[in-house]
Design a protein around this ligand. Sequence first.
Ligand code: IMP
Ligand code: MG
Length: 377
Amino acid sequence: MHPQKENRVIKLHDKYFKPFISAEEIDDAVSRLADEIANDLGDEIPVFVGILNGSFMFTSDFVKKYPKPCEVTFIKLASYEGLKSSDDIQRLIGITQDLTDRTVVVLEDIIDSGRTMHEVHRIFKNEKVKDLKIATMFFKPESYKKDFKLHYVGIEIPDRFIVGYGLDYNGLGRDIPEVYQIKTTQHMTNLVLFGPPGAGKGTQADFLKVQYDLVHISTGDVFRYNIKNETALGMMAKSYMDKGELVPDQLTIDMLNAEVEKNADAKGFIFDGFPRTSSQAEALDELMRSKDSEINAMIALEVDDDVLVKRLLERGKTSGRADDANEDIIRNRIKEYYEKTAILKNYYSQQDKYYGVDGVGSIDEVTTRLSKVIDSL
Ligand code: IMP
Ligand code: MG
């Protein structure tokens, strides 16, 4: 399968697009149009005229569903440049057959300003057709400036640039079976940062957030903040914790959502301490999708167990943290980390988003390795 034919944000040239209309919705609309038109035309054998390039996919699907005999032909016009409809419409292939006394149904992929429709009507003015009907798969009523009647409309959409199902952005996207809409919000870099205890995750997160202007969201901090400030979510979380129960994922997600929304114009986020399970990872994906974005990478600092033990014992001497003082406890925490993150490593690997980074070396060396990964995203 085309790697871009997935349910996520895609990039065509310099722009990002997000899923908008599913293949099923399109299919339903095409079926409805075919039935409606067949009903209206009765026993007439129509000539369907597809407007190339954009309508090749719609025309093909439509005539396959058309329940009665029909003829199919194409004319080829060109007007769009990049994201804008231009005034200068070129007729590249005109009508090549006699349409005298025929019922003609023009099949358009999308009607935007209506300039193309203007040209279509000019083309047909000299043909002595019996009846001219216009059918369009997509229609942007907010940008339509003409008053030619549009007899059949598949799906009305707001004034937003779309690609897929025959429609392109500078040549790309026509092959995608569903429709994507342009993302106008800024592209973010969202990282999930992992590392066993002692790997230097906190230190590195501090550098990365400055270097890339990211917001560091540590679930532990978010919990403490909400509980300390007695927010509604914090109080709810506390009620579970007081009973010795796990805080439900949805509550954690709601708190993260509030953090993300507080920083709506961030260049991205570093998630730290979340997700811990694959269902949390799915919930996080869902949250980012709702923000028009996605998790771009899971970055895991890799440090050999013996090095970690040495580092933590060293830290224990000065920090006084009890869990940093005992080698068995430390080894157990490390073991637990690997057991818990294996699932997530797997989850993000499947999406080609897992990056292991060697965490042994000076702080600078590790930061440089991390930057290389982030710059490559
Ligand atoms: P109009 O002439 O402004 O009505 O625009 C119609 C033509 O512009 C269509 O046949 C498409 O080729 C192109 N077009 C309009 N809107 C879009 C869009 O959102 N995505 C891609 N092409 C579009
Ligand atoms: Mg077109």
